[in-house]
Design a protein around this ligand. Structure first.
Ligand code: NAP
Length: 318
C-alpha cells in the first residue's frame, strides 16, 4: 500500500481524514524538518505533505539518493521552500493549496494596515505596562485609513482580495504592480515599476510570492522613495524585504511604520526590530484560523488522493 508522510500535526479533522483514507504517518513535532529527516522520508514514502520551512532544496534531493517519493503536496500556497526545478528533475510533482488561504490572509493585511496606521500595538503596550494616564486629545495620534492610497505589490488572488477590502470597505484609492495588468471590478492604477508605486502610497502592501525573482524587491531605494508618513505592510514572504534596510528606515523615521506578518530570517527577529515602537509584529498568522487550516489540509490531501488514484493533480505547480 502507498505510504503518505505529513511533516507537522494538522487540525483534528484533517488528521482523521488522512488516517481514514491513507496509510499515513504524521510527524508529532511542530518544528521544521531537518535535512536528514527529509532524506529519510523521501526514501521511505510515496507522497509527502510538507509545509513552510521544510527546505526541500536541490542538495537535500541529491543527498536522499534512491528516492521513492513522487509527490510533494505542499500545505500552503507559497512553495518557495521547495526547489521545484530540482524536484521535477528528480521525478517529483509539486502541488500547493491556492485559494483556501486568500481571504484569511487578506484579512490579516487589513488588520496590519489598521494596527500600524492607528498605532494599536503601541497603545496596547502602553496599557499592559500600566503606563496609560488616560485619554487626551493629542495622545497616540495615528493616521486615518479611509480614502487613502494603497499600493499593492502583487495583484494575484491575495492582492485582489486586499484591493477589494480596501476599495469597498474603506473607500481607498488603489495602485498596483504585477507582472501583467489586471481587469478588476473597481478602479485601480497599474504601475510599471515598484519605485513609482512606492512614491505615491500611504500604505505599501506586499502580496507577491517569495523566491529568487522577488528577493529584496523592497530595499533601501524603494523605502527612500516612500513618503515619510507611509507604512509598509508585509503578508507575503520575509525575503521580499531587505530587513536591515527596513530597520534603518524605521529607525530614522524615513517611513512612519511597518506591519509585518513574515520576516527575512523567520522565526528569528532582530532585537533592532522588536525594540522599535513603530512596528506591529505578528507571528505569521496569515492563514491561522481553524477552518482555513482544515481547508488547506483537505486540499493537500485531495492532491495526494488524485496522485495515488492516477487522476489529474488539482493544484499542480510543476
Ligand atoms: P498569486 O495568485 O500567484 O499572486 C501573486 C502575484 O504576484 C501575481 O499578481 C503576480 O503577477 C505577482 N508577481 C509575481 N512575481 C512578481 C514580480 N517579480 N514582480 C511583480 N509582481 C510579481 O499568489 P497568492 O495566492 O496571491 O499568494 C501570494 C503569496 O502570499 C504566496 O506566494 C505566499 O508566499 C504568500 N502568503 C502568505 C501567507 C501568510 O500567512 N502571511 C498566507 C498565504 C500566502 P501576475 O499576476 O502578473 O503573474
Amino acid at each position: 500500500m502507498s505510504k503518505v508522510f505529513i511533516t507537522r500535526p494538522m487540525t483534528a479533522e484533517v488528521e482523521a481524514r488522512a488516517r481514514e483514507i491513507f496509510d499515513v504517518e504524521i510527524r508529532a513535532k511542530t518544528s521544521v524538518m531537518e535535512p536528514s529527516e527529509m532524506c529519510d522520508v523521501l526514501r521511505e514514502f510515496d507522497c509527502i505533505v510538507p509545509t513552510l520551512g521544510d527546505l526541500f532544496s536541490a542538495e537535500v534531493l541529491a543527498a536522499a539518493g534512491d528516492i521513492r517519493c513522487k509527490l510533494l503536496a505542499n500545505f500552503g500556497v507559497g512553495y518557495n521552500h521547495i526547489d521545484v526545478a530540482a524536484a521535477k528533475a528528480a521525478g517529483i510533482a509539486v502541488t500547493n493549496t491556492p485559494g483556501a488561504v486568500t481571504d484569511a490572509t487578506a484579512d490579516i493585511a487589513m488588520m496590519l494596515i489598521l494596527m500600524s496606521a492607528r498605532r494599536a500595538s503601541e497603545g496596547e503596550r502602553l496599557v499592559r505596562a500600566g503606563a496609560w494616564q488616560g485619554w487626551h486629545p493629542t495622545q497616540l495620534l495615528g493616521q486615518h485609513v479611509g480614502g487613502k492610497r494603497v499600493g499593492i505589490l502583487g495583484m494575484g488572488r491575495i492582492g485582489q482580495a486586499i484591493a477589494h477590502r480596501c476599495h469597498y470597505g474603506f473607500g481607498m484609492k488603489i495602485s498596483y504592480v504585477a507582472r501583467s495588468e489586471k481587469s478588476l471590478p473597481h478602479p485601480a492604477t497599474f504601475m510599471n515599476s515598484v519605485v513609482d508605486l512606492a512614491r505615491e502610497v500611504d500604505f505599501l502592501v506586499l502580496a507577491v510570492p517569495g523566491g529568487a525573482e522577488t528577493r529584496h524587491l523592497i530595499n533601501a531605494e524603494i523605502l527612500a522613495a516612500m513618503p515619510q508618513h507611509a507604512h509598509l505592510i508585509n503578508i507575503a514572504r520575509g525575503e521580499v524585504v531587505e530587513e536591515a534596510a527596513l530597520i534603518a528606515a524605521l529607525q530614522s523615521g524615513q517611513i512612519a511604520g511597518a506591519g509585518l506578518d513574515v520576516y527575512e530570517f523567520e522565526p528569528k527577529i532582530p532585537e533592532a526590530l522588536t525594540g522599535l515602537n513603530n512596528v506591529t509584529l505578528l507571528p505569521h498568522l496569515g492563514t491561522a484560523a481553524e477552518e482555513v487550516r482544515s481547508g488547506m489540509g483537505y486540499m493537500a490531501l485531495d492532491n495526494v488522493f488524485a496522485h495515488l488514484t492516477g487522476m489529474t493533480l488539482p493544484n499542480l505547480v510543476v
